[in-house]
Each structure stands twice: as structure tokens, then as C-alpha cells.
Ligand binder design. Structure first.
Ligand SMILES: NC(=O)c1ccc[n+]([C@@H]2O[C@H](COP(=O)([O-])OP(=O)(O)OC[C@H]3O[C@@H](n4cnc5c(N)ncnc54)[C@H](OP(=O)(O)O)[C@@H]3O)[C@@H](O)[C@H]2O)c1
Length: 227
């Protein structure tokens, strides 16, 4: 069955990179934005680059209302405001995937440091802000926008997935593994999102230290958990 995926913040670097890869894999992708014109322009650009799938532009709430999986790709500073704008469209039938890395740079600090949130992680903060029945999953933190945009190359990276709903994790894993080179790994309950978010900051620190644009994460010894 073809999953309909909405990317809230899909006009940005990470969201458009994910959308591009999902469209290339033949998925139906809805680009969400605060601004309809911006969403439609991004959708046109992604569709022409991917040459596959079906990509359309929407306001964030409209995209959410039509999707089975909603991926949130906005900066931490915009996470609360964005979730408030879409939460009425989120139900038990819609999976929310939070990809937020709570970086200190958002408050004027370092790019490679995370900030501590009251809930323990950005994903748990997201879960608190949406109706309790919504299955919330944290993933995609380690997939860099830069690597996603290079359509001619596989993304040499695993993606860890955590959440409290096994079916939601399996569905998100299936979508994640449509990206060539990406293996999805079950990383346990949503409580573990703090580790996923911190490991993305670690990858950023490694990129800076070794002066590379994107290094990936590979977990060996587990096999293909969702295959
Ligand atoms: N960049 C990466 O490589 C990467 C990798 C993994 C995870 N992430 C995470 O993904 C999220 C998005 O990162 P990004 O690099 O794609 O960010 P970005 O390009 O700066 O922003 C993404 C989108 O967020 C929307 N947005 C909503 N409210 C906003 C506000 N108040 N200020 C600015 N933008 C706002 C904007 O869309 P509209 O203006 O169209 O509404 C924007 O295009 C972050 O939480 C980041 O930690 C990023």
C-alpha cells in the first residue's frame, strides 16, 4: 500500500531532502509550509528533480489532514508553534515523526551542542503537545539534508527509530528504507529519543572536527531489523 507522507516544514533543507527521496521512491508526498505559495514552489522543484512519485504543496494543516505519516522538520524554535497549528488534524490514525535536533545554536550557542528540554527530548516535547492517542516516533536525525539532496548517491547512514507504538515504528521504518542506503533500526521507546537527538549533534561535531560535509551512522551486528 502506498503511504501518503506529509512533510511539515518541507520547504526547508531537511524536509525537502526527505521529500525528494520519498518522491524518487514513488511515494505520494505532501509538502507543508506556513505559506501555500512557498509549499507549491518547493513541491514543483522537488517533483521535477525526483521525476517520480507525486508531490504537491499545501499549508501545514492541510497537508496533515491528508496524510498517514506526518514528518516534522522545523527548527526547535518553531516546534511548539508548528505543532499547535497542526494538532487538531492529528489523530490515532496519523503517525507523527519528529526529526528535531534540539541544538544550542537556536539560542545563540554552539552548533554541535544540544539543549536540555524539560520533557527529556524534543520528541517527547512533541508527544506532550499532541493528543495522547497520536503515535509519536522519533527518527531521521542522522540523515543529513546534504546527503539526502545528492540524489545520485545512496545515503550511507542508518536511521534509529524510537517510539512506544510498534506498528507506527514499523510503518516509519518501511518508509525510511525506501531511501537507498538507509537501514532502519528499532531503538526502543520514545524515552530514548534523547540519545538519537544527541547522536545527531555528535555527528555534527565530527563533521566539524574532520572538515567533512556529512558523516553517517552505521550500527553493525543487528541485521535488517524490519526486513
Ligand atoms: N538540516 C539537516 O541536515 C537536519 C538533519 C536532521 C534533522 N534536522 C532537523 O530538522 C529540522 C529542520 O531543519 P532544517 O535544516 O531543514 O531547517 P530550516 O531549513 O531552517 O527550516 C525548515 C522549515 O521550517 C519552517 N519554519 C516554521 N517555523 C519557522 C520559524 N519560526 N523559523 C524558521 N523556520 C520555520 C520553514 O518553513 P516555512 O517557512 O515554509 O513554513 C522552514 O523552511 C530541525 O529541527 C533540525 O534539527 C536537520
Amino acid at each position: 500500500m502506498q503511504q501518503v507522507v506529509a512533510v511539515v516544514g518541507g520547504t526547508g533543507a531537511e524536509g525537502s531532502g526527505l521529500a525528494l527521496r520519498f518522491a524518487k521512491a514513488g511515494l505520494r508526498v505532501l509538502i507543508g509550509s506556513r505559506n501555500l505559495d512557498r509549499a507549491q514552489a518547493a513541491a514543483r522543484q522537488i517533483a521535477s528533480q525526483a521525476g517520480a512519485g507525486e508531490v504537491t504543496g499545501h499549508t501545514n494543516p492541510d497537508a496533515v489532514s491528508k496524510a498517514a505519516i506526518v514528518i516534522l522538520t522545523v527548527p526547535l524554535s518553531a516546534q511548539v508553534e508548528t505543532l499547535k497549528s497542526i494538532r487538531t488534524g492529528l489523530t490515532s490514525a496519523v503517525i507523527l515523526v519528529d526529526a528535531t535536533v534540539p541544538l544550542e545554536i537556536g539560542i545563540g550557542g554552539r552548533l554541535s551542542r544540544t539543549v536540555t528540554l524539560w520533557d527529556g527530548s524534543a520528541a517527547q516535547q512533541a508527544a506532550r503537545l499532541v493528543p495522547a492517542a497520536v503515535p509519536v516516533v522519533a527518527s531521521f536525525h542522522a540523515l543529513s539534508a546534504e546527503a539526502l539532496a545528492r540524489l545520485d548517491q545512496p545515503v550511507d547512514c542508518d536511521t534509529l527509530i524510537c517510539g512506544d507504538n510498534p506498528e507506527a515504528k514499523a510503518a516509519v521504518s518501511q518508509v525510511a528504507e525506501t531511501i537507498p542506503g538507509v537501514h532502519a533500526i528499532d531503538a526502543g521507546p520514545l524515552d530514548n529519543a534523547r540519545y538519537l537527538e544527541s547522536s545527531a549533534a555528535l555527528l555534527i561535531a565530527l563533521n566539524l572536527r574532520h572538515k567533512v560535509k556529512h558523516c553517517g551512522l552505521r550500527i553493525t551486528g543487528l541485521g535488517h531489523v524490519y526486513r
